[in-house]
Design a binder for this molecule. Structure first.
Ligand code: ATR
Length: 276
């Protein structure tokens, strides 16, 4: 029941039409009896989105592509871990004072550590945006070696230097001599479901491939990886773990993980369910 006391939450990004967050968080609010509602806003200028949070009294927001780095300039306070990462994907309003956090890092590490350990492993990350920063920071903090792979050389080199990682321009990628490959760009996301950032021929058995895109659940990259005999982690795992952090931050209550996962599975279309 929405009433005058209902707290409002939102995802802000561009695009957001694919987002499963509203269904998931609204199910979680209703399951736990929290008086909240969660909506999706397509936002082109994140400064305007943050102004709207202030003027409308929006309690919390998830921040997604392409705003995770540029949002830093508009907040009142930044959690130290998010500050070190240089990216924010979670905002909470404490009586009008907006504080930013990064739940991508914790969510990705949890997703990987459900399958394997990171210490001493060689990890490659595709992309150099906010998600790549967060996951790269987490991977390094667990004692893994890191290589960044990116389309634009300048952006890739800057992030690689910040993370003390190697860098390979994607156009020069000839092999993938790593234990894990983590895909953090929007390539392959609905509606461009036939695109992959990596030629299928480079994927070899023994490589663990994680894609943070969750719409579709099985991206072109993950399909190619399965065909090549790789182990895979889809975008749902990291997504649920980082969302659980957001729920707990916003409501102060434990996240109903099973319900959140079920609501995501229910939202996915039947062909994706068969493919999972
Ligand atoms: P986020 O902060 O959510 O990670 P972002 O900052 O927009 O998002 O970063 C997007 C990443 O996806 C970038 O590394 C971008 O590569 P460039 O640095 O070359 O722009 C990458 N990316 C986006 N579209 C891409 C495409 N079609 N091919 C290859 N990389 C792409």
């Amino acid at each position: 029941m929405i009433d005058a006391a209902t707290q409002v939450f939102a995802v802000m990004g561009n695009p957001v039409s694919h987002s499963l967050s509203p269904v998931m968080f609204n199910r979680a609010f209703s399951e736990t009896g929290y008086n909240g509602v969660y909506v999706a806003f397509q936002v082109t200028a994140i400064g305007d989105g943050i102004s709207a949070m202030r003027s409308l009294g929006i309690k919390g927001a998830s921040i997604t592509i392409p705003h995770k780095v540029s949002i830093l300039d508009f907040l009142d306070e930044i959690d130290p871990m998010a500050e070190s990462i240089g990216a924010v994907n979670t905002v909470i309003s404490h009586e009008g004072r907006l504080k930013g956090y990064n739940s991508d890092c914790l969510g990705a590490i949890k997703a990987l550590e459900e399958i394997t350990h990171l210490e001493g492993k060689q990890v490659a990350i595709i992309g150099a945006g906010g998600a790549a920063r967060a996951i790269g920071f987490g991977v390094k903090s667990r004692g893994a070696g890191l290589t960044l792979i990116n389309r634009s050389i300048s952006k890739g080199e800057i992030l690689a230097a910040a993370l003390e990682a190697e860098f390979i321009p994607i156009s020069e990628l000839r092999s993938l001599p790593f234990d894990m490959l983590i895909q953090t760009t929007s390539v392959g996301m609905t509606p461009h479901i036939h695109q992959s950032p990596v030629p299928a021929a480079l994927l070899t058995p023994g490589l663990l491939v994680m894609d943070i895109v969750y719409a579709p659940l099985k991206t072109r990259l993950l399909k190619d990886a399965i065909e090549a005999g790789c182990r895979t982690i889809n975008g749902l795992s990291m997504f649920i773990h980082q969302a659980a952090f957001q729920f707990e931050l916003w409501t102060g209550s434990p996240a109903p993980l099973a319900v959140m996962k079920q609501s995501l599975m229910d939202s996915l279309n039947p062909s994706q369910k068969r493919a999972s």
